[in-house]
Design a protein around this ligand. Sequence first.
Ligand code: 5GP
Ligand code: ZN
Length: 124
Amino acid sequence: MDNCIFCKIAAKQIPASVVYEDDELLAFKDINPAAPVHLLVIPKQHIATLSDCTDAQAPLLGKMLALAPQLAAQHGIAVQADAEGERSGGYKTLINAGPDGGQEVYHLHLHVYGGPRPWRGLGT
Ligand code: 5GP
Ligand code: ZN
């Protein structure tokens, strides 16, 4: 898609700090991180918004979400449990859809936020 910044990142036409790539997905660091770890997972194929997705995209969406724990482990933000079962660490996943959802870039993306708080503008 012409003039889509994330298509250009997927095509390596503009640089990004890529942390994961396969034939369908790309993950890279957000240029303006709202948390100590802030990654974006995108499909390489242009899909403008979650609202354009149907059951046909369910496997792709599942793959995007299932990548989050792998990325979290690689970036030190996995959910941990000690011997007593007390949990620590962890991360937030988010997809903004449309203006009221706060979407600014119209190429589907999953945010993965983590690391020590405070985080900017994300509530709890
Ligand atoms: P949205 O508000 O659409 O859910 O999130 C868009 C995100 O993309 C924002 O967090 C913003 O910082 C990030 N972003 C926008 N342009 C670029 C870019 O050129 N490179 C990277 N790495 N992130 C970008
Ligand atoms: Zn695109």
